[in-house]
Design a protein around this ligand. Structure first.
Ligand SMILES: O=C(O)C[C@H]1C=CC(=O)O1
Ligand SMILES: [Mn+2]
Length: 374
């Protein structure tokens, strides 16, 4: 008899970051992963991760809501269902639960991990096959201090860890932010690509002023300068400037991607499995972008190793990622809950091998970092 889903367990895992990570809406000292363990009647366990940034400051799901909504609504829907038809289970989740894309992403990841282990195939195999096995990885400079950011960038370059950098701006006055970014770009020169992420902090008039100065300073890419829902403004900015715009919070899934492209946007889309309800939804968005001539970027919600590996399996199936990836989440964390870390080298990361995600949980570390009261 074919396998059915037997149990779904969720854990909140709090991991300290290696330094404060300063974004326009919050400063992180810790990252909270929601880990899913899904056991099937054939003895296979699938692992998944759903992670957001800064509690409720980044988006409408918090770690606690992800856990609670899986436990209360999504797990009862899935338990007892046949394990192997991931598309049917995705449809079931979408039919009965609105929104909650991060919770759905964690569950789809666990389903794919289990199916891969069952068939002896990797998650990228299940998604059609990897077209690359080493992906470029950018690093985010976000210590909040210009000098420290420059030192950090040179260290990463010297270690051949990263040669593209994203600066988090938008928390300060625009002129101060521009000075900070221009100083870092001037110090790095042609050795590195420097991009910025404003995380929606500017209004359109401020964006016009800020982007003009950033373009002048040699910045390569401007991520989500204005609020997520201001599609028309993002289209205008993309048409006004030579420096390309990267849409992040604006586009969650293929439908958003189509609407923004049809509105005249040009530039690039940040794909995130968390935004699109899982790897399959992120690939659907990628295909819409490809059809519209929009560049791709493999984005992160600063996930740990499980969520990062799931994303890498999805990005590896795409033929080109014009802007590379930012799958550095595990490197921002002081520790992780897996037995073998991902291998970062040569300005990128290797796609993990082995069935499923290719990642094994470290039970002792999970036990240590797991939140005991919830
Ligand atoms: O892109 C975001 O908005 C979130 C995230 C990705 C890298 C980083 O430092 O923060
Ligand atoms: Mn972003």
């Amino acid at each position: 008899m074919s396998a059915v889903i037997e149990t779904i367990e969720t854990h909140l895992v709090d991991l300290p970051t290696i330094r404060p990570h300063k974004l326009s809406m919050t400063t992180m000292a810790c990252q909270t992963l929601v880990i899913v363990r899904m056991r099937h009647s054939d003895g296979i366990e699938g692992l998944g991760e759903g992670t957001t940034i800064g509690g409720l400051s980044y988006g409408p799901e918090s770690p606690e809501s992800i856990k609670r909504n899986i436990d209360t609504y999504l797990a009862p829907l899935l338990i007892g269902q046949p394990s192997v038809n991931v598309n049917a289970l995705r449809a079931l989740m979408h039919r009965h639960v609105r929104g909650n894309a991060i919770a759905k992403s964690a569950l789809e990841t666990a389903l794919l991990d289990a199916q891969g282990k069952r068939l002896g195939l990797s998650v990228s195999d299940l998604l059609g096959g990897a077209r690359q096995d080493h992906l470029p990885v950018l690093w985010t400079l976000a210590s909040g201090d210009t000098r420290k950011d420059i030192d950090e960038a040179f260290q990463r370059l010297d270690d051949r860890r990263h040669c593209d950098f994203k600066l988090k701006i938008g928390a300060n006055d625009v002129d101060d932010d521009v000075r900070h970014v221009a100083a870092i770009k001037a110090a790095l020169g042609d050795r590195a690509s420097v991009r910025v992420d404003v995380n929606q902090a500017w209004d359109e008039a401020t964006a016009v002023r800020g982007i003009a100065a950033l373009q002048e300073a040699g910045i390569d890419l401007i991520e989500q300068a204005i609020p997520a829902r201001e599609f028309a403004g993002l289209v205008r900015l993309s048409q006004r400037f030579q420096v390309p715009m990267l849409a992040d919070e604006a586009i969650q899934d293929a439908r958003d991607g189509f609407t923004l492209a049809a509105g005249g946007f040009s530039g690039a889309y940040a794909l995130k499995i968390a935004k699109s309800g899982g790897p399959s939804g992120a690939i659907e968005l990628a295909h819409v972008a490809q059809a519209a001539g929009i560049g791709l970027y493999g984005g992160t919600m600063l996930e740990g190793t499980l969520g990062t590996a799931a994303s890498l399996h999805a990005w590896a199936t795409l033929d080109t990622l014009a802007w590379g990836t930012e799958m550095f989440g595990p490197l921002l964390l002081k520790d992780d809950i897996v037995t073998e870390p991902l291998r970062y080298h040569a300005f990128g990361v290797d796609l993990p091998k082995g069935p499923g995600l290719g990642i094994t949980l470290d039970e002792d570390k999970l036990g240590y970092y797991r939140r005991k009261d919830g």
